[in-house]
Design a protein around this ligand. Structure first.
Ligand code: TRP
Length: 457
């Protein structure tokens, strides 16, 4: 009851929650990040491990996060504090708050580029793209402009701030409902065009025919990071979102639904990218600019393709927005709940901080040569932030959330929460096994290996 009466607001309905959680999960992680990470890590074999991790690690951790959130009706820090007041567990929530800002700072840059590309297309800026190398030149010169990059980052963070300021159901929910299905349909159409391009076969087999000799331990680390990133796990987003769900809803089916659609969209994005990429003779390990180079070269091969392209980049911006609001919501809920800030003050100050931290990322696609090559020739500041916050921070967070749900708070307490109001906890035993053994052990081995070899990036 309290959830409905308190001032934090609630999702309008179960469907509203699912759409909002799916809106958080589905975003640039699926369409920008998944294809280039898969491309850098051997294609199909990576995809296989990725799907395995979604099921064996992502889904159990998502159920854990949602149940912690719904039980406590709090932000991540407050949630741990409520369950075990004098303990250090709240630091896991604290890491989540920092990670939210860290991810948003670079995510906002890419999201800004997607919106920038929408504007560029409708103003004719891509109309003479014919080949992939022309497309690449355009992306390079676009991102090399510091004012453009910083301006777009500012714009996107501002947009996020505006939506989050509106509160939960009026802001987040309304956006998620309408536009995701449209994006889905456009991606299917693009995938059809991509696989029918001449020479696309090599891309299809790269993407779908696993070559397990290409797997290394790093592949596992990247697949883990990507699974957590794409499902919005490991930093308490789903704790925060779970705090707005009604007790009568079945969390397990909701989580499965979100994980399924998120994975479907990622797979579909790969189906758009790889056939086209091979058809145009590009390198699948081309890095973080991949989607901005490949998509326009597909549009060039569709009659009226640029109109189509404008639609895709606009919807990508919307998909990104439903994700950025979930990233900003975590630190905001923290300051509102724990420090009694007004929502307005929390949203504006977090927005300003994120924007400032995002500036070096915005300058790392060629605008500033130091920032663009800070780790290696093709590995700039944004890539570094992406690895630190988008892989390792989430992996560490997910590790502790699994330990917390499996041992500290305990599987019985999670089950009690999930079985509220007569709900059935499907696969309870399997979940308990995964959260107690598979999740922590797998994450522990992966992180130890990375630390041991020092192969962080
Ligand atoms: N999952 C989103 C995407 O794929 C990004 C995202 C939103 C996220 N909230 C998150 C990633 C929380 C990690 C944690 O685009």
């Amino acid at each position: 009851m309290a959830a409905i009466e308190n001032s934090r607001g609630n999702w309008g309905s179960k469907f509203g929650f699912i759409l909002a959680a799916a809106g958080s999960a589905i975003g640039l992680g699926n369409i920008w990040r998944f294809p280039y990470v898969a491309g850098e890590n051997g294609g199909a074999a990576f995809v296989f491990i990725y799907i395995l991790f979604v099921v064996l690690i992502g889904l159990p951790v998502m159920i854990a996060e949602l149940s912690i959130g719904r039980k406590t009706e709090k932000n991540p820090v407050g949630a741990f504090k409520t369950l075990f007041p004098p303990s250090l567990w709240k630091l896991v929530g604290g890491l989540g708050v920092l990670t939210g800002i860290g991810i948003l700072s670079f995510y906002g840059v890419i999201a800004g580029y997607t919106f920038g590309y929408f504007i560029k297309i409708i103003t004719g800026g891509l109309s003479n793209v014919v080949t992939a190398s022309q497309s690449e030149e355009i992306f390079k010169s676009f991102t090399a402009d510091p004012f453009m990059s910083i301006g777009l980052l500012f714009f996107f963070v501002w947009l996020t701030v505006m939506v989050v300021m509106g509160g939960v159901s009026s802001g987040i929910e309304r956006w998620s409902k309408i536009l995701m299905p449209v994006l889905f349909v456009l991606l299917i159409l693009l995938a059809v065009r991509s696989v029918t391009l001449e020479g696309s076969g090599a891309g299809l087999s790269f993407y779908l025919k696993p070559d397990f000799s290409k797997i290394s331990f790093t592949t596992f680390a990247r697949a883990l990071g990507q699974a957590l990133f794409s499902l919005s796990l490991g930093m308490g987003t789903m704790i925060t979102y779970g705090s707005y769900i009604a007790k009568k809803d079945n969390l397990v089916t909701s989580a499965a639904f979100v994980a399924f659609f998120d994975t479907l969209i990622a797979i579909l994005a790969g189906l758009v990218m790889f056939p086209a990429l091979f058809a145009m003779g590009m390198d699948p390990a081309g890095g973080a600019g991949l989607v901005f180079v490949v998509l326009p070269s597909i549009f060039a091969k569709i009659p009226g393709g640029m109109i189509f392209g404008a639609g895709i980049f606009l919807l990508l911006s919307v998909a990104a927005l439903t994700s950025t609001i979930s990233l900003l919501e975590v630190p905001v809920a923290y300051f509102v709940d724990e420090h009694k800030w007004s929502r307005r003050k929390a949203v504006i100050s977090m927005g300003i901080i994120t924007f400032i931290i995002g500036i070096p990322s915005a300058l790392s696609f060629g605008a500033n040569s130091f920032l663009s090559t800070i780790i290696a020739e093709n590995f700039g500041f944004l890539d570094m932030m992406n690895a630190v916050f988008g892989n390792y921070s989430l992996s560490i967070g997910a590790f502790f959330i699994a330990i917390f749900a499996g041992y500290k708070w305990g599987v019985k307490a999670v089950a009690d929460e999930l079985e509220k109001e007569g709900n059935v906890f499907f696969y309870k035993k399997a979940w308990a096994f995964l959260i107690r053994f598979i999740c922590p052990l797998a994450i522990f081995f992966i992180l130890s290996y990375i630390a041991w070899t020092g192969n962080y990036f």
